[in-house]
Design a protein around this ligand. Structure first.
Ligand SMILES: [Zn+2]
Length: 127
């Protein structure tokens, strides 16, 4: 499995086999729940305390990008626009996509910033 495929499937960044999250993204009560360790290679996902605080930067970038993209289309294609409708559209979109944003931010943090490649444990080599 390629790294990009494993990322979008929510797989472990080291072995690309074990799932990172315990429940589906559509489960609104448990979409944030993660395994502490990879079920397949047992690498610890949170490599240091507070590691996932950095994922907020990715989430912030996603939100700003969505504000800009929605604003571009909204103010380009609607003649009689109001700021209230734009803000409502942005807030609705952000709330609707927040589970996806949360997961993608954490996965980006894991795939980009974590030192998993240095791990020398029970890695099975399933790439
Ligand atoms: Zn793994």
């Amino acid at each position: 499995m390629s790294s990009l495929t494993a990322f979008f499937r929510g797989k472990c960044p080291q072995c690309r086999d074990g799932k990172v999250f315990t429940h589906s993204v559509t489960n609104l009560k448990h979409f944030r729940d993660m395994h502490g360790k990879c079920p397949s290679c047992e690498v610890k996902f949170e490599s240091e305390p507070g590691f996932f605080w950095g994922a907020m930067y990715f989430s912030y970038a996603y939100s700003v990008a969505s504000f800009i993209i929605i604003g571009f289309f909204y103010f380009s294609y609607f003649v009689d626009y109001s700021l209230g409708w734009y803000i409502g559209a942005v807030i609705s979109f952000t709330l609707f996509t927040s589970p996806i944003s949360f997961r993608m931010s954490r996965l980006l943090m894991m795939y980009i910033a974590a030192p998993y490649r240095k791990y020398k444990g029970d890695y099975k080599g399933k790439r």
